[in-house]
Design a binder for this molecule. Structure first.
Ligand SMILES: Cc1cc2nc3c(=O)[nH]c(=O)nc-3n(C[C@H](O)[C@H](O)[C@H](O)COP(=O)(O)O)c2cc1C
Length: 138
């Protein structure tokens, strides 16, 4: 089992008066549960702001740390190489690219996520993003 935390995400008016201290403490306490991972939405996905020290938060957790929010292939690889995370999760890029691992591993261009179709509607933006075709040129 893993746990996901969103320490400073303001979606749906979520707010904490002292997120660094609160979530450092939570990360420390979660170390007692032998979790498979701690998944952290770093910063605010609504505004792009990022005020917490996630390295400090990670230091309180004794297992695998999965970083998330705004990462692409380059920034994810940098986070891994600089040991800022053990794993990186992708949200919007996966919504728009059903074959994201294939595209990443072949350094292919990505479909652009369309935020207008994110939260409901019909199949548009849900099942109609195209996978890379074999003979497609980049
Ligand atoms: C359409 C959509 C729905 C989402 N639903 C949830 C959700 O139900 N619960 C949650 O914790 N995060 C949700 N998220 C946030 C994502 O899990 C992820 O943390 C966020 O998109 C930032 O990562 P990214 O920049 O890789 O997309 C949602 C994001 C999007 C775009």
């Amino acid at each position: 089992m893993g746990v996901r935390l969103s320490p400073e995400n303001s979606f749906n008016d979520i707010n904490d008066s002292n997120p660094q201290q609160t979530f450092n403490s939570i990360a420390g306490r979660l170390s007692n549960f032998q979790l498979a991972y701690l998944h952290v939405l770093e910063g605010d996905m609504m505004t792009g702001e990022r005020r917490l020290d996630y390295g400090a938060l990670r230091g309180y957790f004794n297992g695998f740390y999965m970083a998330n929010n705004g990462y692409d292939l380059e920034s994810a690889n940098a986070a891994l190489e600089e040991n800022r995370a053990d794993l990186v999760a992708f949200g919007k890029l996966f919504i728009a690219n059903p074959d994201l691992p294939f595209r990443f591993s072949h350094h292919l261009p990505l479909n652009t996520p369309d935020s207008a179709t994110f939260y409901g509607g019909d199949e548009k933006g849900y099942t109609d993003y195209p996978a890379w075709k074999k003979d497609q040129r980049s």
